[in-house]
Every structure is written in structure tokens, then in C-alpha cells.
Design a protein around this ligand. Sequence first.
Ligand SMILES: [Zn+2]
Length: 687
Amino acid sequence: MTPPTVANPLLQVQFQIPFDKIRTENVEPAIDELLNEARQQLEQLISEPAPRTFDNTLERLDHLTERLDYAMQIVRHLEGLVTTPELRAAYNAVQPKVSEFYSSLPLNEGLWQAILSYSLTDEAQNLTGVRKRFLKKTMDNFRRHGAGLDPESKKRIAEIDVELSRQTTRFGENVLDSTNQCEWVITDERQLAGLPESARAIARASAASKNLPEPSWRFTLQAPSYLAVMTYLDDESMRQKVYEAFVNRATEEKYDNRPIMRNILDLRGEKARLLGYPDFADLVLEDRMAHAGDRARQFLEDLKCKTEAHFQRENQDLLEFSGKSELEPWDVAYYAEKQRAALYDFDEEDLRPYFPLESVIQGMFEIVQRLYGISVVEKTGVPVWDPQVKYYEIYDGSRVHNNKLIGAFYTDWFPRENKRGGAWMDNLITGEMTREGQEPHVGVICGNLTPPAEDRPSLLTHREAQTIFHEFGHLLHHCLSSVELRGFAGVNVAWDFVELPSQIMENWCWEREALDLFARHYQTGEPIPSQLLEKMRNARNFRAANMQMRQLGFGFVDLALHRDIRPGSNIDLLAFTRNILQQFTPAKLPEHYAMIVSFTHLFASPVGYGAGYYSYKWSEVLDADAFTLFQTNGIFSPEVGARFRDRILSRGDSEDPADLYRSFMGRDPDPNALLERSGLLVRLRTI
Ligand SMILES: [Zn+2]
């Protein structure tokens, strides 16, 4: 007897996601079925006999993978949050098939011909608004994958893509292997002088994990170990050894990334030229907010000019403080930490009692209610994937009753063994825009925050509180979206624009008026004492010019490599990058400095942050600048809030982000707000 068929819960997009019914064994059959369905729909779209229209071509393309996206989002989400060996295996079985299907779309000749013939119709010529943008962006995307090129060039593009993916994977593996092969074991405790107890404990545990005899302390080039040595260890010769190993990773014969980096740059440059762009930066930036390599470079140049004098002053101060005649690269972090401790009598831990998780969340909801006129309410009895998870609904208007449901989201804040690290927002469902209006969206925000202890609730660091605001900003961008085409909804925006809605939220964590809504002592209910707040603010900008110059240097070197190095050039790339980075570094870099060949942001995936490293600073400029409109009109101004909601949060990618920004601010972004926030706008005193 066959058992009654139970419907596979992944096959139906449901606003109330049935987390209690989804089983690992649903994954493969559901994804296979949905992939087939998408393939069939693609065939139907291509072989459509009727004349081409928006509805039978682009509209169908926009919906082609809707059900597949939903199921895959849920599977990916569960794999990240409650993984098991079985779920991971099921995910790994379907993931390559799905990503192969997605990446085959812009290479599909039949689909390209369908879009091309639609583009020649009268209807297409007369499109406006988001539909016009959709047609243009779709065609641009196909062209960037080689559509419309002669067969020879198309073949070459395909070869380059395969080779790029191979070389960039290899680049990442070499960095990992080269990093992992270095270790230093210390057996004499006196050599640990300067190192705080927390770092000693990590080094002890690392030694124990390698079964080294006690007592021993093991140090590696992994970030926490490396940073602790550079920041605290008194032993200068050890700091030098570790530093030199760090900046020379991936230059050993076995893991040599030098020829690989050159290959990657050549391949990227060749691809750009085949597609008709002067260089890789112009290819990649075409559909970003910056649009072109020149614009990104000017942006960095401008910030560099405005930061340089402060940078020199900070370096002079540090040199004087150290009492040395010259600082080596392995001295900088060490003396800077001593200087920080001397200047600010401030311990981040003192703030924790003022940031109980629940109060931070409630205060944040209060802030967005004032700003955007929305109410957030918790709802219980909804299926979730872990008992710690909470579920909330967002209503339009300041009261829940009689108001429209516009979105829902889950929160999952504490670490677990079956959960991945970090903090993130994920969109689970993008609501449809129907004749009746916008259907609600569903998302999730996750983190690995300080959990509650036996005797106290979860008490956060100030940084953790900002993380919650940040992820909630991404969530609002998703949930407040109101865009006709799903591919352009919510957070589907350019890379250098996507952090504006999230980063701007962090600003409310620094303002007294806002802090008083949620930063209250968990036992006494007292707000943060003025003196403590003052210290917190002062410490924020310690060595801000150095931090800024470091990011600018990476942005410069990234653009220089992707713009100025011609394919096939045999220039010495290490010397080239070292000369650039030297201008942004407070100490003289060693002759053999090779940090660039372990820079995975730029070279460990076919595109990644390649030619896009500037985006970090770019989005900081946007959020600092946009926040000034709130500061000028009151940080709870419902007028400015409504404007931000209407011009930015609800628009997704329906218009060029530069236009969206202008329509909010009334002008282009101005970097001065970031300089002011970082304490870098004040004119230097001449002594
Ligand atoms: Zn973010």
C-alpha cells in the first residue's frame, strides 16, 4: 500500500512559512521539480509564437525563477541556521544545479534573441520608468556576458570565465594554506609579556588542540592571533617575525600567488576589452552607483586630500608618544594601543549593562515608528526553526488595528553549534505587486550576539547594538519595498548603494536622544551617564585618519591594478602596489612587502571586490551625508523619515541609485559629513 502523498511544503510560496513541516527529504525532490518547471517555462518563453510583448517576454522572465528562488532561499536559510550533516548533503546536491541554471540564463542564445526582438517593437521603444530600466539592464547584462559578439569572441569569453574561476579559486586556497602553515610555539611564559589574559587563553587552547606539551602557547597568522601579537606583545623581535610572515604569505614556491595574480589581471583585462570596455573597472562599475572607474578614483582622491594632513599629525603624535626615532610597521599597532590606553580611560565593557537586548530592540522599533510611521509587533505561536527565534509583523501606520500588514520577519540572535557565524539579513519572500497593491514581504535578521547568562539577560556591547540596527536597516529596505518588478525590489540594488539603508541606522546608536529610548541600565533603568557617553564618543575617532587612509589605500591599489596594468604588461607588480600603499601607511614598508598576493577580497573570486573596494568608503559617505538631513531637522523628524522611506527604502533598484539619492538629499553626496563624523573636518591647529 502506498502512503498518502503529503504535499512537499517547499513547492508552495506561503506567507506563513511552515518551518514545522519542512523536512530534509523535501529538499532534493522540490528543487528538482522547480528546476524542471523553470526550464519548461524558459522554453515556452523562447518559443512563444505570438508577437513579442512586455508581458510575454520580460514579465515572464521576471517571474521565471520565483518559486525556485523561494525554495532555495528557505533551504539556504535552514542550512545556515540549523544545519545537520543530512541537510548539508542535500544542499550541496542541489546547489550546483541551481547556480548552473541561473548562470546559464544570460548565455542563452534563444532567450537573448527573444529579448532582442522584443526590444525592436514599438511597445519596447515607448517603455518608461521601471519597465524601461528593466529592459535596458537586462540587455546590458546579457551583453556583459558576451551576447551579440561574434562566435569567436563569445567562445573566448567562455574560456576566460572558466579560467578566471579556476585561477581565483586557486588564489584563495593558496592564501589559506600559506596562512595555516605558519606557527610559533612559546614555552617560556616571560616571552608573553604585554599579552592580555584573553589572548593567552586562546594561544593555550591552540597549543592544546595540537597536543603540545604544557605549558605552551601557540600563535598563528589567523586574524585573532596575529592581531593580538601585533597589538600587545612587548617582544619586538617576535612582532617583527610574525609581521614579516604575514605580509609575505602566498609567496612561497608551493603557494605562490604572484603569477596567479598576474594571470587574473590579464584575464579580467582581456575580457573587458573583448566586451568593448577600456578596462575591468569600467566593465564592473557600469551598473554600480559610481558608473565608471574614473569617478571611483576621483572619489578616493578627494578623500585622500582631505585626510592627509590629519594622517601626518596622527603619525607625528604616535612617534612622539613612542619615544622612538622611527616606527617600524610592526610597531604601529603596538604603540597605538598604548597611546589609546593613555588617552582614554575607557573600557567598552562598562557600557554593556546599558544595552540589554530586549530594550535595544524595543527602542529601535520606537524609533522607526516615529520616523517611518510603521508599527512592529511580536506574534507568538508561529512555526520557527529554533525555540530562540522570534517572529514580528510590520504594519503601516502607528497603530496595529485597521492597518495594513506590510511585512514580517524572524530574529535569531544567539550563537548555536548548528548556526553559521556573523550577522546578516536574508529576504525569504518578496511580496508581489498586484492590482490590489503591494503584498507583504518576509525576511529574517540573524546574529551571534552575547547570550543571556544565568543571572542576567543578554547584555550587548555598543558594537553589537549597532549590528542589530544595521541588519534591521537591510530588513526595512526589503520589507518597505514597493516595486512593480520583483527583480528590482528591496535589496536587489547596486553593491555601492546597498549599505546605505543599513549603515544609516547605526547613527541612532550615537545620539543622546535616541540612546535614551533604549540604552538603559538593566537593573536601575538609568540612562548612560554623561561622562561615560562622552568617553565613548571620544574613543570613536581615535586614529580615524589612519583607519581612513588604510581603506583608501586598498581602494587606490585595487583601481590602479584594474585600470593601469595593461594585459600582458610585465611590470613588477609587487613594487607597483608597494609604492602605492606606502603613501597610505604610517611606517616604511619592507622591500619584500607582498600583502597584495594574499588580498582575497580582490582576487579570490571572479569578480568579488575586484575594482569595487572603494565601495566601503563610498557607502560610508552616503550614510553619513544622508543622516545630516535628520540631524538638521531633528533625528526623529517624521517628514525626513517619510522622505527617506519614499525616496530610498521603498524604491529598490527601480531607478538609478544616484537619482534616488539626489531625490532624497536634493543634491549629490558630499563627503564632508563623513569627515566631520570621523573628527577629520576640524582645521588643524598650528602650534
Ligand atoms: Zn550590511
